[in-house]
Design a binder for this molecule. Structure first.
Ligand code: GLU
Length: 538
């Protein structure tokens, strides 16, 4: 290895980096962040950028999620040189298509006694776990099967007995994880688990597949999120067991919410889809991502990807958790928009709507509601923004508010919040994202909350559209898409948790009190006049 101008060691062989997303959900801003630094590093060294799909968790992985990740990264302009869609000399690029390789490598580790077969039942492991918890020690597999005779273990496996394969992690000494930004991070081996490498279904865990693939794909630098650093001692052990040279590790700082906690969908929209739908320019988004934990040598804030690549020096990365600040993102986006000529801006806005690809679906939804073309923009507005504000209509977010069947106003923010939370959980997991499933989820949440269907639907309608009058509820949610719908539902939960709902409840009570006062005054008036009073006239 030789030192690069940026003090990150660079081997003699061409630089090869990768992004390795697991297709288990919406495309995440963190994936784009890591992809950006990988791609820029590859470009700055004339290297290759690989996209590998880590779909070893078959239960949680979906092709829908994989397609969405590819689409969003393309939207960002973070184009890979090799990957499942474009192919390349190191394929296949989807781990589910590489199973045989992992099994063969595991056999190799067993033969050299660096891994072993483990036949422990789930019940036994639960007992061990409980005993370790009672003794106040961290979970670590107790090595029950580690010293079994390998030939006898093989014979048991050959009879079809269920088993996994574990890494025989040294129980003494330390493992140094060399990180290019942190120096060596030292781990006590006795605290590192005998990691399962191959599951009982014959599929690899992340650790085995990741190391085997990084080696076979000749990855020179692993640039990934900080959250993986604690897995790296296991990876170092695997590199050693295979006799391979490990890549250079660069663990990027974790993105944070404004309160400095790890970025999370509860506090920040994290889906790339959301930012595309909210009208953020991809080049402004990528510019904003480049500034997270990083600064240009001259501190300038606005620059192109090519300029970023030209000046890239990964040793300038600061490890103090960068905050994903949406206000700053919009500020940068605004700078890009203002730098355009009016004609460019108009073209860009038109292209954004055109590329959106939902025009026809939206037209079908609002067709009944547009008396003139002039009302078009107003009707489609809810589909082309990130969030909505519900103003006066907020009171409908309280389930039961305004219910016609029961005359009283039922002020029940807690019940409403539980309904929204249940709906969010259901919609997060809903596959496929289609009208029928959305309707079923909605009905179930409203019923579970014990609300009237009409009230519950109205609350959700206001949350997702900002108005009591929107196109068909289920179709609207389907067309809005998962990312934007969930952001709006979470905003409703926040509102119900915060003092906003209290103000609405107080306003409702004040209205009722005023009505009661008027009735009372009229009653007194009527009594003193000796007449009859019917409160229903009120
Ligand atoms: N599959 C892992 C993820 O989802 C990859 C981590 C790594 O880059 O090693 O982020």
């Amino acid at each position: 290895m030789s030192a690069s101008p940026s003090s990150i060691p660079v081997p003699k062989t061409p630089v090869r980096v990768r992004i390795a997303p697991s297709p288990t959900g919406d495309p995440h801003v963190g994936t784009a962040y890591i992809a950006l630094f990988n791609l820029a590093f590859a470009r700055s060294h004339g290297g290759q950028f690989v996209l590998r799909i880590e779909d070893t968790d078959q239960k949680r992985s979906s092709s829908e999620s994989e397609a969405a990740i590819l689409k969003s990264l393309s939207w960002c302009g973070l184009q890979w040189d090799e990957g499942p869609d474009v192919g390349g000399p190191y394929g296949p690029y989807r781990q589910s298509e590489r199973s045989d390789l992992y099994i063969a490598h595991c056999e190799q580790l067993i033969a050299s006694a660096r891994a072993y077969r483990c036949f422990c039942s789930a019940e036994r492991l639960t007992e061990v776990r409980a005993a370790q918890r009672a003794a106040g020690v961290d979970w670590r597999y107790d090595g029950h099967c580690r010293n079994h005779d390998p030939a006898a273990s093989k014979a048991r496996a050959d009879t079809g007995e269920t088993h996994v394969i574990r890494l025989a992690m040294p129980t003494e000494g330390t493992t140094a994880v060399p990180d290019a930004l942190r120096g060596a991070v030292i781990y006590d081996n006795h605290r590192v688990d005998d990691q399962i490498l191959l599951k009982s279904d014959g599929l690899p865990t992340y650790h085995l597949a990741n190391v085997v693939d990084d080696h076979l794909m000749e990855i020179t630098h692993v640039i990934r999120a900080e959250e993986w650093i604690n897995s790296t001692p296991k990876h170092m052990e695997l590199y050693d067991a295979f006799g391979w040279e490990p890549p250079v590790f660069i663990h990027m700082p974790l993105l944070r919410n404004a309160d400095k906690s790890k970025i999370s969908k509860r506090k920040n929209p994290v889906s790339l889809d959301y930012y595309q739908r909210s009208g953020i320019l991809p080049e402004a988004f990528v510019n904003f991502l480049s500034l997270l934990g990083y600064s240009m040598p001259d501190e300038r804030e606005v620059f192109t990807f090519a300029e970023f690549v030209a000046d890239l020096d990964l040793s300038r990365i600061s490890l103090g958790g960068p905050v994903f600040d949406r206000v700053k993102l919009e500020h940068i986006n605004g700078l890009y928009l203002r730098a355009m000529t009016p004609a460019q801006l108009a073209n860009r806005a038109a292209a954004w709507l055109e590329e959106d690809g939902r025009q026809e679906a939206i037209a079908e939804l609002v067709q009944e509601r547009v008396p003139t073309l002039a009302s078009w923009n107003q009707q489609i507005d809810m589909f082309h923004r990130g969030t909505v504000s519900w103003g006066e209509d907020a009171r409908h977010l309280l389930v039961g508010c305004g219910s016609r069947k029961k005359k009283s106003v039922r002020l029940d923010a807690k019940r409403s919040r539980l309904m929204f939370e249940d709906l969010i959980a259901q919609l997060e997991a809903l596959k496929p994202w289609q009208r029928d499933g959305i309707e079923a989820a909605l009905r179930a949440s409203v019923t579970k909350a014990g609300a009237l269907i009409g009230d519950g639907f109205m609350a959700v309608r206001v949350a997702i559209s900002g108005s009591t009058a929107s196109p068909g509820l289920f179709e609207s949610i389907e067309t809005l898409g998962r990312a934007v719908t969930l952001v709006r539902l979470r905003a409703a939960v926040d509102w119900l948790r915060g003092k906003g709902h209290l103000e609405t409840e107080i306003a409702g009570l004040e209205k009722r009190l005023a009505a009661l006062r008027t009735s009372q005054e009229r009653l007194i008036e009527a009594q003193s006049a000796g007449g009859r009073f019917d409160p229903r006239e009120n």
